[in-house]
Design a protein around this ligand. Structure first.
Ligand code: LLP
Length: 386
């Protein structure tokens, strides 16, 4: 990571403090999504004029208001389960199935059948599916998801390429896939790769496009190359925001070398992470053996990312935003697991006390949708700011 080159702009919630404090509710953590920020991120991607098709990976945040906002902004939707497919057509009954992509992993046969019945584009990443379920794929169009033999991402648990990964067809099986597809008369109209999440190397996507174009040339029937999602956001104060103009320029250059294909992307996090915050209330402040812990009513059941990936999220005392951050504390939740920690050595106002509203930043992606009721605690509430 490069440090300190491009300052992160002030975040929307700094100017929305009063509306946020009005939403906060002790005992019930609230996710709040700021739709203008979603629109702004969607518009930022428009700078990449080489991109022909944009899908939003709804797994990051399937809230109906977010889906409507992004579809209105011209995005299609990428789904990975029948539940996600049913959800998008329930929220948007008039959505053109041509704008929906189904990219499952180890899904049961019935989900592929359901996806074709809906008329959406289906991605396949193994030969076995074609061989075992010829009745599903006979005469159909499909996209092939490749594993380019490497992966990348913010944590080992979100790398989706390489020998250890369950995702994608290994390059060595490419010829066998073409044979299996021909045997069921299936037509490969797209080539796809998504090699990980939170990738900071700007050149990653143009390299993926170049490699996939080579395979598309071999197939002969491909019209679209999907280079996946995985764009990062700056979670830490010294993370440098992703350089969209450099990324866009790289895509334009590589697209000019292989102009025959339509270029597709499918980001999730980039579009929604910074648009969401998690509001939670201080329950107890406890000093133990030299460590001060600020307990809040959200925990690893409300936002799993810190426990699961050691992910870093900004933590701010919204009730005392103007106080100096005079105390070093650990911020913890109420779950009976030692991993229930949102942050260690964090700076919060010394006066932080029971009842204060704490804001956990950049929680709009993989937040609510991964929440659960462990310890029989309740799911968070969700609110939208227009
Ligand atoms: N396309 C496919 C096929 C994917 O599997 C994913 C994410 C995406 C697109 C969107 O990736 P994004 O642009 O959001 O990086 N829960 C983890 C992230 C898991 C990502 C899973 N796949 C986290 O909170 O960091």
């Amino acid at each position: 990571i490069a440090h300190g080159r491009r300052e992160r702009a002030p975040q929307w919630w700094q100017g929305a403090r009063d509306s946020l404090l009005a939403l906060a509710e002790p005992g019930r953590p609230h996710y709040v999504y700021h739709l203008p920020t979603v629109r702004e991120r969607a518009a930022a991607l428009d700078a990449a004029t080489a991109i022909d098709r944009r899908f939003f990976a709804i797994k990051a945040n399937p809230h109906p208001a977010i889906l409507r906002t992004l579809v209105d902004a011209g995005f299609g939707l990428e789904c990975v389960s029948q539940g996600e497919l049913d959800h998008v057509f329930e929220v948007l009954p008039d959505l053109d199935p041509a704008r929906v992509l189904f990219t499952p992993s180890f899904a049961p046969r019935a989900e592929y059948a359901a996806a074709y019945a809906r008329g959406v584009t289906v991605t396949v990443d193994n030969v076995e599916a074609l061989r075992n379920w010829p009745e599903i794929f006979r005469g159909r169009d499909l996209w092939l998801r490749l594993d380019l033999g490497r992966g990348d991402g913010h944590h080992a648990k979100v790398v989706t390429g390489g020998a250890a990964s369950k995702f994608g067809l290994a390059l060595g099986a490419f010829d066998a896939f073409l044979v299996a597809a021909a045997e069921v008369d299936a037509r490969i109209t797209g080539i796809h790769a998504h090699l990980g999440s939170g990738i900071e190397t700007v050149a990653h996507w143009r390299e993926v496009y170049a490699e996939l174009a080579g395979f598309a040339d071999l197939v002969g029937t491909v019209d679209t190359i999907d280079i996946g999602g995985g764009l990062p956001i700056p979670y830490r104060p010294d993370d440098v925001p992703f350089d969209i103009p450099a990324w866009a320029a790289g895509l334009a250059a590589i697209k000019a070398e292989y102009p025959r294909y339509r270029l597709a992307i499918e980001p999730g996090r980039y579009l929604v992470a910074e648009a969401g915050v998690l509001l939670t209330t201080v329950t107890q402040v406890v000093d133990k053996l030299g460590t001060r812990r600020v307990g809040v009513d959200a925990g690893m059941h409300s936002l799993m990312r810190p426990a699961l990936y050691d992910a870093w999220h900004g933590i701010h005392n919204l009730s005392r935003l103007d106080d100096p951050d005079g105390a070093t504390v650990e911020v913890v939740g109420p779950i009976c697991e030692s991993s229930d920690v949102f942050g260690t050595r964090r700076r919060l106002p010394a006066a932080t006390r029971e009842g204060d509203t704490v804001l956990i930043a950049d929680a709009g992606a993989y937040g609510f949708v991964m929440a659960n009721t462990y310890n029989l605690r309740t799911l968070p509430q969700q609110d939208v700011l227009e």
